[in-house]
Design a protein around this ligand. Sequence first.
Ligand code: G3P
Ligand code: CA
Length: 268
Amino acid sequence: AGEVGEAAEPGGPTVIAHRGAAAYGPENTLAAIDNAADLGFSWVENDVQRTKDGELVVIHDDSLARTTNVEDVFPGRAPWKVKDFTAAEIARLDAGSWFSPVYAGTRVPTLRQYMRRVEHNHEKLLLEIKNPDLYPGIERDTLKLLGNEGWLDPGHLGRLVVQSFSTDSVLAVHELKPAVTTAYLGKPGAGQLPRYARFADLINPSYGSLTRGYVSAVHAFEGPHGRRLGVFAWTVDDVDSARKVAGYGVDGIITNKPDVVRSATGAD
Ligand code: G3P
Ligand code: CA
């Protein structure tokens, strides 16, 4: 398949392992991205938020309750918001047992730990800035860490896309580091696409809302780096839906079951 933002090639759309490969391991953990690598996938998606003491961590919900044992470890701290716990406190939590006892002891990774494992695994990262309204300045913090880890070096930028549901957050990332490939999570109306094409390289809608016509409308624009504006669809876990959106010409498919999508579409 083509690189991000380029035309889909005969090999089919790029497949991105959602939250790691979340059907096969505890989401947003190092174990999950190891699974994705073992399955032969190079792109992984994650969610980034910030602790009380300013550490960036990889977790989807704004609360620790669903994916860790925080209610047992800190019973008096409801509603267990990520922003109300320090990094040291979060490091004590088990983020694997809820998924399976096989993963007992798996931790909520810091973004730094996560980036290093992505690097070690030779993977590429679709990084989502999650709930940015809760974390003022998280775009700057994230870019600083990425820079410190070498991910903003010119030779490395092709392995990174930063996305958000927040238009302001995508715009902030683009303005702070214009070289970074960015994606907007959502489906702006056709009349809004010229605006988004100024700061987003990709438009990533929920697959249920997608039509062939919308994909074509997005493809008619050039993004901020002079490449055709791209489309990644999420979160596609069944054969029929994968074939359908691949038939619409999407550039990427974000999935909890990358192996299913690959076998359905011939994508890589
Ligand atoms: O990458 C797309 C997808 O992750 C957006 O939804 O809630 O799973 O972060 P969510
Ligand atoms: Ca996400």
